[in-house]
Design a protein around this ligand. Sequence first.
Ligand code: EPZ
Length: 422
Amino acid sequence: MKKIIINGGNKLKGDIYVSGMKNAALPIIFATILTGDMCSIENLPDVTDVNLSLDILAAMGAEIRRTGSTSVIIDTSKLSPECPDNGMVGRLRGSTYLLGALLGRFGDAKVGFSGGCNFGVRPIDQHIKGFQALGADVLNEDDCNHVTAGAGGLHGGSVYLDIASVGATINVMLAAVTARGRTTIDNAAREPHIVDLANFLNMCGARITGAGTSFIKIMGVEELHGCSYTIIPDMIEAGTYMAAAAATGGRVNIKGVIPKHMETVTAKLQEMGVGVDEKDESLIVTRSSALNGTNLKTFFYPGFPTDMQPQFGALLASASGTSVITEGVFDSRFRYVEELAKMKADITVDGRTATINGVERLCGAEVKAVDLRAGAALVIAGLAAEGTTVITGVELIERGYNDIVGKLRKLGADIRLEDTEE
Ligand code: EPZ
């Protein structure tokens, strides 16, 4: 079993380079299905969710050729519409994008139920609503989602999303780019990875405008072709290391970021008394005085990212005063609080609100990552805590962080990865 072991207290110092964004890479990998051609993708993060997505495509007959540790050529010209039914699809949420991509390419998509981090129910009713607006029918199956276009294929439609869902926005875009006519998505998600997907699809010949706003317009085209594309840097990985630097009171230069994507994280850290010096493509994070508590509400982009909420819960646990976190995106994203309590954090959760009474210092303990960002929160807590913290559930952290132990060691953390047979 893999364990991360941290002896807390070292201040982080030095430079760290951010990898490509997992949540931009996943939709773009599945979007290559629509091209039926060769696509060269650069700046892919070496994380299990991305590698699993490539394995799913390979199992469907795509040719995957690694051209470097973070670059790949994907050829989907010989892809079969059959999804693997060996459990691969159920291991990540990103496989939902197979629905939109296969529907757009083949007019039919039969995909096993997706997995993903477990924080409450994760429905796809908005995805389905979008497909139906394009003329697709949903067939009731017990063991998979099955959507199919009518005999005439997909046509453009007007979609109003009841929730600015990232996944639903992505899936409707994937299905609509080759549908006949004009599609509009109102109340669309505005995240940077929506823009990245639209840029990729437009490089492949799609006609998408408005990505990054809440109103996206898509003019369907006959077919798409391959392209070369570089994934944007991972704003959540960057924010995680910003929080780690703030937690330890060090000075870290986080390189290869798009500072605009980090605006809300930067603002919150500055409210807490943390120095954030913005350069063109990097952020220097320093903390020399005590951390001030603050209040935090997560919301759809450009709000504070829900994927940074657990990390800030760990940071605020030893900030002065009382802080309140309100989770505005998911029903229950506070499962990490139980683990922080083992480290003597004083946090009470009531529905979507967590009230944090800052303590002088957390204490090292044996804790378990219950999902990807919860695991990152425990790493941050361990870096700042007194004593030794042992984290299990490391596989969940590896879903979204490339070499988090190596990157933190380079910054001076006393951290190691142990892989024992037990
Ligand atoms: C994506 O999940 C990300 N996952 C999540 O990141 C991220 O937390 C989330 O977007 C929000 O930014 C990937 O990109 C693979 P949503 P997704 O659809 O698409 C409700 C991480 O840590 N909803 O925007 O599943 C839903 O229940 C992961 O990297 C419906 O009700 O998120 C939630 O409350 C965790 N019906 C809210 O909307 C739907 O049809 C936002 O979900 C779809 C969503």
